[in-house]
Design a protein around this ligand. Structure first.
Ligand SMILES: [Zn+2]
Length: 429
């Protein structure tokens, strides 16, 4: 019998040590491990593989990310819509998904004798929003946005916790504009993407221009001319922003080329998060129109874009990036109050109330444990600040503050502590 044995060898002890350290570090940061330990999410066999349930600690962070997205989009002129999770099969035939994206879609279901399908993308729903009214050039660009869950079939072996599930929520948007507006709109979206990633502390990413597979052009909608035009527009926008990008064949959407933001997980694997796509085909298939300055009927162009991409994936990569020690504004619990003994419980409850009224996410540790043990528990939970309450603190109306890194900040007046926290948090909200 032939047995194959694989091995990795290292020329020096130093290199082996570095490799082992990196491996250990990656394991510590794995969002699947931290997700369980810190109560972020669960995948239950009773629900099904690849189907993610956000638990309260993860849901708090998701909510902060969503609020950030909604606020930024409002500033940038987006209009929010909501759409259903299923649509008639015919809708997906019109959009081209039925012909070119069926592998990723779940089987049709029968409702009153008509076939319906669960959505793998939101595009056709947003096309309906545009189609429902008449438009003039004055209405454009029209930016429609929705944080919406989509469902895609992924092979069981490809599933990877929250990074790749069988459903996920996109911060999706479709921008309807004239051809002349495309570059400018594309640049605006890039600006937002840079701003977004910076706000969440992500610096390690690169951009990729994803184009058609030249050998399999029949897997895509539209002519060579249309594809060249769309690719040129992306290159024009990228040139304006003076950023570098890689080109990858075969990674385009079936309706157009795209600029992808590629982030890395703790194991160094690369994942697409944000994406900006130019599409001349769906406006054609859905017969979208607007009246130009001369009253002539024209077709708009659609920019599909998602900035976080998938909230689940983006969240998982954030967990790994911070190893669960989120910055204050994103931490599910920002302050833990640790009473030295039950004698201080009344005071601690009052303090908890004050902090809550100020909008600080706070938790009291009433466990009947030693202070040392409580500090260790809080550190493991990666809570940024802990305040210790004993005799000295009660008398002075001050709190003893420690950080999760083990730094002792000494006795601080309650109001001063609250103001310090608020000023750190408000920068991001
Ligand atoms: Zn789309």
């Amino acid at each position: 019998m032939l047995t194959r044995i694989y091995g990795t060898c290292f020329p020096t002890q130093k290199e082996l040590d570095k490799y082992l350290w990196q491996k250990e570090e990656a394991e510590k940061r794995d969002h699947r491990k931290l997700g369980k330990q810190l109560g972020y999410y669960l995948i239950s066999d009773q629900v099904g593989q690849g189907l993610i349930i956000w638990k309260p600690q993860g849901a708090i962070i998701r909510r902060i990310i969503e609020d950030f997205i909604l606020k930024e989009q409002a500033k940038r002129g987006y209009k929010i819509v909501y759409s259903p999770h299923i649509g008639k099969k015919q809708l997906w035939v019109t959009s081209g998904h039925w012909d070119l994206y069926r592998d990723k879609m779940y089987s049709a279901m029968d409702i009153d004798g008509v076939k319906y399908m669960v959505k793998p993308m939101n595009c056709p729903m947003h096309m309906m929003v545009y189609q429902s009214e008449r438009h003039s050039y004055r209405d454009l660009p029209l930016r429609i946005a929705e944080n919406a869950s989509v469902y895609r079939y992924e092979q069981a072996g490809e599933l990877a916790g929250m990074i790749r599930g069988r459903h996920f929520t996109q911060d999706d948007s479709h921008i309807f504009c004239t051809e002349e507006q495309v570059t400018d709109e594309f640049v605006r979206v890039m600006d937002y993407a840079f701003y977004f990633l910076k706000a969440f502390g992500i610096k390690d990413y690169y951009m990729q221009l994803s184009v058609r597979d030249p050998k399999n052009k029949d897997k895509y909608l539209g002519s060579d001319k249309i594809w060249k035009n769309a690719e040129d527009k992306i290159k024009e926008a990228v040139k304006i922003k003076q950023v570098l990008f890689k080109i990858k064949e075969g990674e385009a959407a079936f309706y157009g080329p795209k600029l992808d933001f590629i982030l890395k997980d703790s194991l160094g694997r690369e994942w697409q998060c944000g994406t900006i796509q130019i599409d001349f085909s769906l406006p054609e298939r859905f017969k979208l129109e607007y009246l130009d300055e001369k009253g002539k009927i024209k077709r708009p162009v659609v920019i599909h874009r998602a900035i976080a991409g998938s909230l689940e994936r983006f969240f998982a990569l954030l967990v790994e990036h911070y190893a669960g020690a989120f910055p204050l504004w994103l931490s599910p619990i920002q302050v833990a109050i640790l009473p030295v003994s039950e004698k201080f419980n009344d005071y601690v409850l009052k303090l908890e109330k004050v902090l809550k009224l100020e909008g600080i996410r706070v938790e009291v540790n009433f466990d009947n444990e030693t202070l040392g043990k409580k500090i260790r528990q809080t550190t493991l939970q990666k809570i940024p600040y802990m305040i210790i309450i004993g005799e000295r603190e009660l008398e002075s109306y001050k709190v003893s503050v420690r950080t999760r890194e083990g730094k002792d900040l000494g006795l601080v007046e309650v109001n001063k502590f609250i103001n310090q926290l608020k000023s750190q948090i408000e920068k991001f909200l």
